[in-house]
Write a protein that binds this ligand. Structure first.
Ligand SMILES: [Ca+2]
Ligand SMILES: [Ca+2]
Length: 490
């Protein structure tokens, strides 16, 4: 009887822990000890010790504290990545080189594939990068805050299938926020914020002079927000020898060198950035910036659609191209005031007439387009950009993740205009909490028995709301702002 029960227990355990899962979870803590087991109750002390011990499929959970960096000593495999991750809610700061550091970088993954770094703050690299990835494929860096590193926040060289997402890369002293270099293909760089880097926000430079095939192909750079980069030159998004890639839904403003630039890294027109698509970006250049989009040195086959390309300097403008890049070029449905060919600046109408481009494009100012230029680049309800874009099957959402199109068609720019709508607020007994009513359209809430307006309900200035019920109760914590119109009716 006893053995039967044991068999039953083992059977249940077997179901709970299938035999194919060899992945272990280890823990690292500032109060830990590298002689310990690395368990939750007996964590390790250093990231390097963890990196020395892990194998494919393992996860290292890192507790709040300040750490030296580490160098990878093993790799994962498909479906069994090695993950270094901050424990939920933990603040993990890596601010020093570890004992095995290379290149003056803090975290090195070199020569090993399939890693995930998640939720780390990485700062103060003395020479190269906060996170330094070389000859390593299928590496993902996510939710990391890389700042005040000497050259780069995140760097890759000869890395295929690299993903950078939801990172903030800021204050790189000499160069770029994210630098994907040396021929790596199939990079995904999305939902990152890069700001106050001396050079580029995001640079993909295939470095044709450095070996490999010298071309980065099939990359996507989407949903990034890039501002206050380029004090020392470069572009918010800089592309050198990049091909067949998608640059879309990026918001680029207040950058002091280029907006989006595509070129050949000075290696000759055969290394231009060719056959790339630039869709639904919003680029607002300050008066000291270069052109919003700049296509040079054999950057042929570019498609430029649905972008807002506004410049505050009347001597410059939205789109600059040279004759070596005109083959296969097409451009339309943009907000654009001036263009330039071989550094000869012309009005939108001259560009349309002489180069047969941008037939449906429009000229508008920042003030005519944006809720608050410099801080909020959502579209005003009155801008001509709404529903004036071209339908682009590749673009299914906007920078906020809202589906495109909304309303009658695709909008121009990184944000699709979402018309205000009233919250659902009608049933027999209505109870409202944590609801903000929209401005600009009247809302009516009907309760056949009662309506209770509870905490967190906000009725802002400009809103009009009718509450219609036999009993209407207003509880504490309701905000009815000056200028709001509220009717209570039976
Ligand atoms: Ca390549
Ligand atoms: Ca629309």
């Amino acid at each position: 009887m006893k053995s039967e029960r044991l068999c039953l227990i083992f059977g249940i355990l077997f179901l709970l822990f299938p035999v194919h899962s060899y992945a272990a979870t280890y823990y690292v803590s500032p109060t830990g000890n590298d002689e310990s087991a690395g368990s939750s109750s007996a964590p390790w002390r250093t990231l390097q010790h963890a990196a020395d011990k892990v194998i494919a499929g393992d996860t290292v959970m890192i507790r709040s504290g300040v750490y030296a960096g580490f160098r990878a000593k093993s790799g994962g495999s498909p479906g069994l990545a090695i993950t270094f991750k901050s424990e939920s809610g933990a603040s993990v700061v890596v601010n020093d080189t570890g004992p095995d550091a290379w290149h003056g970088s803090l975290i090195n993954i070199e020569g090993y594939n399939w890693w995930v770094l998640d939720g780390l703050e990485v700062t103060g690299a003395p020479d190269n990068a906060g996170i330094d990835i070389r000859e390593a494929d299928h590496i993902t860096v996510r939710n990391c805050y890389c700042h005040h590193n000497r050259k780069w926040g995140i760097f890759t060289g000869f890395a295929e299938y690299f993903t950078a997402e939801y990172n903030e890369c800021a204050y790189s002293t000499i160069e770029h926020g994210i630098y994907h270099s040396n021929s790596g293909d199939n990079a995904i760089i999305r939902f990152n914020t890069c700001h106050h880097n001396n050079g580029c926000g995001i640079q993909i430079n295939a470095d044709p002079s450095m070996g490999g095939d010298g071309i980065s192909s099939n990359c996507t750079v989407t949903h990034n927000v890039l501002y206050e980069n380029g004090f020392g030159g470069g572009s918010a998004i800089n592309l050198a020898s990049v091909r067949d890639s998608l640059i879309a839904n990026n918001l680029i403003y207040s950058n002091h060198a280029g907006g989006i630039a595509a070129w050949d890294d000075d290696q000759g027109v055969e290394w231009g950035s060719k056959n790339n698509t630039y869709y639904n970006n919003t680029v607002h250049m300050p008066s000291d910036g270069r052109w919003a989009i700049n296509l040079k040195n054999g950057s042929t086959g570019s498609k430029v659609y649905n972008n807002i390309l506004i410049h505050e300097n009347a001597a410059r403008g939205g789109l600059e191209i040279d004759t070596s890049s005109l083959a296969g070029f097409s451009s339309d449905y943009n907000i654009l005031t001036q263009a330039s060919v071989d550094e000869l600046t012309m009005s939108l109408s001259a560009w349309q007439d002489n180069y047969s481009q941008d037939a449906h494009s429009l000229s508008q100012t920042a003030g005519q387009n944006f809720v608050s230029p410099g801080s909020d680049y959502h579209l005003l309800a009155t801008t001509l950009a709404i529903d004036a874009g071209s339908p682009l099957p590749e673009i299914t959402d906007d920078l906020d993740g809202n589906a495109r199109p909304q309303g009658a068609g695709y909008d121009i720019g990184a944000y699709e205009f979402v018309a205000p709508s009233c919250p659902p607020c009608s049933e027999d007994e209505v109870e409202l909490t944590n609801v903000t009513f929209p401005t600009g359209i009247p809302c009516e809430c009907v309760g056949t028995i009662s309506i209770t307006i509870g905490s967190g309900v906000i009725i802002p200035n400009g809103a009009t709301v009718i509450f219609r019920a036999p009993i209407v109760a207003i509880k504490p914590g309701v905000s009815i702002q000056q200028g709001a119109v509220v009717h209570i009716r039976q």
